[in-house]
Design a protein around this ligand. Sequence first.
Ligand code: ZN
Length: 507
Amino acid sequence: MKYLLTVILMTLALAGCSDNKSNKDKDSAETSQNKGEKPDTDDGTEKPDTDGGTEKPDTDGDTDGDTDGDTDGDTDGDTDGDTDGDTDGDTDGDTDGDTDGDTDGDTDGDTDGDTDGTEGDGKNCDLKVGKIEGKAGDHNRLNGYPFNSMHVVVMPIEFSDATLKWSTIEQDLEKAKKNFEEQSYCQFSLSWEILPTVRLTNSLSEFEDKTNGWSKWLETRSKIVKDHGMDLDAPMGNQVILMANPQFQNFNISGGRRFMEFYIKNEGVKNIPGTIVHEGGHAMGLEHAMSVEAGSKTIGFDEDPAEHFNCDDKSGAAKTTCEDEREIYLKNYGNPHTMMGMGAHSLEEFNLLYKRFFKWVDLENDVPLISTDGTYRIYAHDQGKKEASQKVGLRLKSGNGKYTYWVEYMTTSRHEKNPGNGVMLNLEDYTKNTKDDEYWKTTSYLLDTTPGSITGSWLQDDERDASLQIGKTYKDHWGGFEITPVKKGGTLGTSDAWIEVEVKILK
Ligand SMILES: [Zn+2]
């Protein structure tokens, strides 16, 4: 069903949600995917599919359900040997994976002295909980998410011989809710209902069966959903099903198409709020935040990746090679600084382009398109607060007119090598857009302005210094402009932190 969205959301600067989010709690996360569809067993970095097929969740490399033998439940594949899911190898002995060294004595990574992991308590958003928006049929996400909320319907499931080891559902959802409130500047609410646990007479082993287990699960799951008066294939407005059951076949947590599947390990879960936010992002229509990996270059070639990697025109080994090269170039999870990239486990911020998906930022007022030379000031957008008078980003057109650069000032990423000292550049429309109306039409591609500078054990190490630092100039690959961050100010760690960039239009 195609129809034009007429959603116009005012990006009111609602103060009071949280004055400061300089320290974010550090949690785990997970992977992506589907509506319960057929398994894939590759490297655990696939996008949610968009073909309406029936992929199963993958079985490796991801947070929950991973098979790499670590116990941190993360998705970053780090090799530092600790179990807190970060990559800094810190030795502070806490369990929240933060690196902020706060002194409030708790381990939730914030500084306000309580233990809920969220700053600014007592100043929470006055957002309604329990509100269900839309109705069956409201599902078109091509032009952005049409609601101000997500309502999660949790369906706990147990087998005759396996109980669900997720006792902190409420607390985890509460943390995810606060994270959405902060990220959205109090414009987005998460609500939920937890349905009574369904106790199946089936044993876990019936679903472990490699031959019949999956089809049996599809059938069983579908019946459970129908028994609750819902339908996995029917759009449900802002409602998203979260099915939680004991893990089998090492399936991972996944999300997409208004549906999240949480396969919970026998040892339970930890640090899972980031997983809820990330998978919720998929369920609402976002794909991963990618990066461009062009070896020693920032951009690899002049043409669109969809033209350069014309894999469908090839066959056999050539096709495989083409697809492999495309996958390397368009790096899945490639942006470690953000929620929909490899930053979910640490509750990193949605990048600015993805905040636009929710309409938390206004294109003209908050992230204007720049077409004249000048020095422009932008403020940190990842501190839980946004003033109407303060721009939080810039947009610039590539010289070939096809792509849009999003320039943003992210200050809280714990993966950033030089925090607060540069701007991040993400490309919009860099490759063929999706036509699946349950997903947003575009995907963000982080550009590495210091390509090939870091070779570490973590797949995203090279992107840790992707940002364009003060004093460095980036020239658009297609000759449209030059941009140079020149100065920073305000107070880093607050929403008053700013950076100024000089823009010179060349075409
Ligand atoms: Zn994902």
